[in-house]
Design a binder for this molecule. Structure first.
Ligand code: BG6
Length: 481
């Protein structure tokens, strides 16, 4: 077989991704209010708080909160964006911190200092011809909205979020073309506090509360899509799913059915954002469970009329499931969702399975379902990098992971005809891990001198992958073998 030419489509958006809560820092600088993620410490209570199982709405002296300083993008954005430009980035995915703009969510006027900070960031990107791709909500909500309204379980959040979104859409309408409303909307079902500021109280029906929060976010997402298109018709709005196709453990129909249901859990939500209505299987399932979706007058029409322009996904690995409940007891780590161990796959140091072909499979199934362009806005390998005595970092394992995924992404585009707009690998500059709160779980092309306990200078240095990715972008993929 002749060697495939790995050149990507002209204008393909190569870049990297971050999120304010793990990257920005400056948690109390420039008039910013406290965010939900500022209350999630590193350590053993992290997951219990993120899942909404502990009600801890204040900062505790004895805890370390990695989001407070992140990796200091707040003060180092110029250096970081310069490094991205050196790699040839065409796009930089970042999120805005809502509480930097409306510290309690309820102010009549936005915080000008917060808006001016993001102006400086976008201007720096544009100076280097880097297109910003902005997530409006990546795991953070103002703490005051949790205290006053209980987070996204309350419909009041829609108005507050729409006000915030309209403010930033108007302000940055000529600087930012690509917007995502909510990061990984399906995370609400797993991490209700981290994703939506929802604490599960005694007596709550957790599923009911989660679907209320989901519905409010879906309605807010449609309203924001409408407003964005009115403000500037050139703006493109996307939804975002923590994706990764679920495989059946065997060809037993029970296993195939279980796998389909697992995938439907996520698809059911972005079906609303991209097709304009809750799918029949989800409505039926919720009805059976006695869960009520809190529809208000006009919601259905709004969802129908204001669907997204593109689909965005995070892809770290495929998943595996079975119809046999006994087998499900032995699960391995994955991106928050537990999965069975696939004997054909290797895993990262954190137990996340590695499945490059799974990306092609996921892209195909999603493109087939939605028929809209797909943006891969997260992918990558979390690894504990070693700094050599001379300061170099040889992360050949990361290069190998990324290389294999880029090849299957290219196959999906070239051989299967999937429309892929771009690719932003996760944590392009090392940042705090969302699930563990660790620094040593690194994804970047650029190393940041900071450890799990909060020691370090925040100095940046280039890893081997920095030079590799620069060549990939510079040749538009042609160097990939
Ligand atoms: C995604 C999130 O789920 O996975 C990111 O959108 C997160 O915020 C990323 O950082 C990787 O997960 P982790 O736990 O390794 O940081």
């Amino acid at each position: 077989m002749s060697e495939i030419n790995r050149i990507f489509p002209e204008g393909f958006l190569w870049g990297g991704a971050t999120a304010a809560n793990q990257y920005e820092g400056g948690y109390d600088a420039g008039g910013k209010g406290l965010s939900s993620v500022d209350l999630i410490p590193h350590g053993k209570e992290r997951m219990r708080i993120a899942t909404g199982n502990i009600d801890q709405l204040s900062i505790k002296d004895e805890c370390f909160y990695p989001s407070h300083l992140g990796v200091d993008f707040y003060n180092r954005y110029e250096e970081d964006i310069r490094l991205m430009a050196e790699m040839g980035f065409k796009v930089f995915r970042m999120s805005l911190n809502w509480a930097r703009i409306y510290p309690t969510g309820e102010e009549a006027e936005p915080n000008e200092e917060g808006l001016a900070f993001y102006d400086r960031v976008f201007d720096t990107c544009l100076k280097y011809d880097i297109e910003p791709l902005v997530t409006l909500c990546h795991f953070d909500v103002p703490v005051a909205t949790i205290e006053n309204f209980g987070g996204w379980r309350n419909r009041k959040m829609i108005d507050l979020f729409v006000k915030y979104s309209e403010t930033v859409l108007r302000r940055y309408k000529d600087k930012v073309k690509y917007w995502l409303t909510f990061n990984e909307i399906n995370m609400i079902l797993h991490l209700p506090f981290m994703a939506a500021g929802v604490v599960i109280k005694e007596g709550d029906n957790k599923l009911q509360v989660c679907y209320e929060a989901v519905h409010h976010e879906l309605v807010a997402s449609a309203m924001v899509t409408k407003i964005a298109h009115e403000i500037n018709p050139a703006i493109q709005v996307g939804c975002m799913l923590a994706a990764g196709r679920t495989y059946p453990n065997t060809c037993h129909p029970d296993d195939v059915w279980a796998a389909m249901q697992k995938d439907n859990e996520g698809y059911g939500l972005i079906d609303v954002q991209s097709r304009g209505a809750y799918p029949a299987f989800l409505l039926k399932e919720l009805e059976r469970e006695g869960i009520k979706i809190p529809f208000a007058d006009g919601d259905k029409e709004l969802l129908k009329e204001h669907t997204v322009d593109f689909i965005s996904i995070s892809y770290y690995a495929s998943r595996l499931t079975s119809g046999d409940k006994e087998l499900l007891k032995k699960q391995t780590d994955g991106n928050v969702f537990a999965t069975m161990k696939n004997p054909y796959l290797e895993a990262s140091q954190w137990g996340w399975q590695i499945d490059p072909l799974g990306l092609r499979i996921t892209l195909n199934s999603m493109y087939d379902r939605y028929q809209k362009p797909i943006f891969i806005v997260e992918n990558g390998l979390g690894a504990n990098d070693v700094v050599e005595e001379d300061g170099s970092i040889h992360d050949d394992y990361r290069i190998e992971y990324l290389r294999q995924h880029l090849l299957t992404m290219h196959d999906a585009i070239e051989l299967d005809g999937v429309e892929v707009m771009g690719y932003t690998s996760w944590g392009c500059i090392d940042l705090v891990s969302a699930s563990t709160g660790e620094m040593k779980k690194r994804y970047g092309y650029v190393y940041v001198d900071r450890d799990n306990e909060g020691n370090g200078t925040f100095n940046r240095s280039k890893k081997d992958s920095f030079f590799w990715y620069k060549e990939v972008i510079g040749t538009n993929g042609a160097c990939l073998k």
